[in-house]
Design a binder for this molecule. Structure first.
Ligand SMILES: Nc1nc2c(c(=O)[nH]1)N=C([C@H](O)[C@H](O)COP(=O)(O)OP(=O)(O)OP(=O)(O)O)CN2
Ligand SMILES: [Zn+2]
Length: 140
């Protein structure tokens, strides 16, 4: 099995509103998404997939939806105020943790895969220098 890794970075704000400590306050991160794709057969270039063919649409999607946005749980009571003031917001059905972001992107990335032989193996979101979370389904 062959695999490739590509990364995209973005800046975002969030809060974990049920967190008992400092993370319940609005704060920002320079996030980095790492995507690992696999294939057992290479294409005519000897690639799993061209790095740019996954990085470009992923970066475009992240720039549009997550970069310089407030990533929020749909139950966050701050949302109406932020929306009324025209802030860029992306809403999850859960807390905007690194785990939730990684799982969301794992499924989203399928939209950007152009070869049927290619599978998404794992998506990792690095939130800080010392903390990151990954998602890959248990039986995949
Ligand atoms: N499993 C997870 N734990 C935490 C997440 C997460 O997404 N998944 N997120 C946070 C916060 O968002 C926080 O911003 C990052 O936490 P922390 O490592 O505490 O941040 P610092 O960089 O400020 O750490 P220091 O070592 O205290 O400087 C928390 N946990
Ligand atoms: Zn945080």
């Amino acid at each position: 099995m062959y695999s490739i890794i590509t990364k995209v970075t973005y800046e975002y704000a969030h809060r974990l509103m049920y967190h008992q400590g400092k993370c319940r306050h609005v704060h920002g991160h320079s996030g980095e998404v790492t995507v690992e794709l696999t294939a057992s057969v290479l294409n005519e270039n000897g690639f799993v997939m061209d790095f740019n063919d996954i990085k470009t649409p992923l970066k475009q999607w992240i720039n549009e939806h997550w970069d310089h946005a407030y990533l929020a749980n749909r139950h966050d009571p701050l949302l109406p105020t932020l929306q009324a003031n025209g802030m860029k917001i992306f809403i999850f059905d859960a807390e905007p943790s690194a785990e939730v972001m990684a799982a969301f992107l794992y499924w989203k990335i399928n939209d950007f895969i152009t070869r049927p032989e290619v599978r998404v193996k794992r998506v990792t979101v690095r939130e800080t220098c010392t903390g990151s979370a990954s998602y890959e389904p248990e039986h995949h």
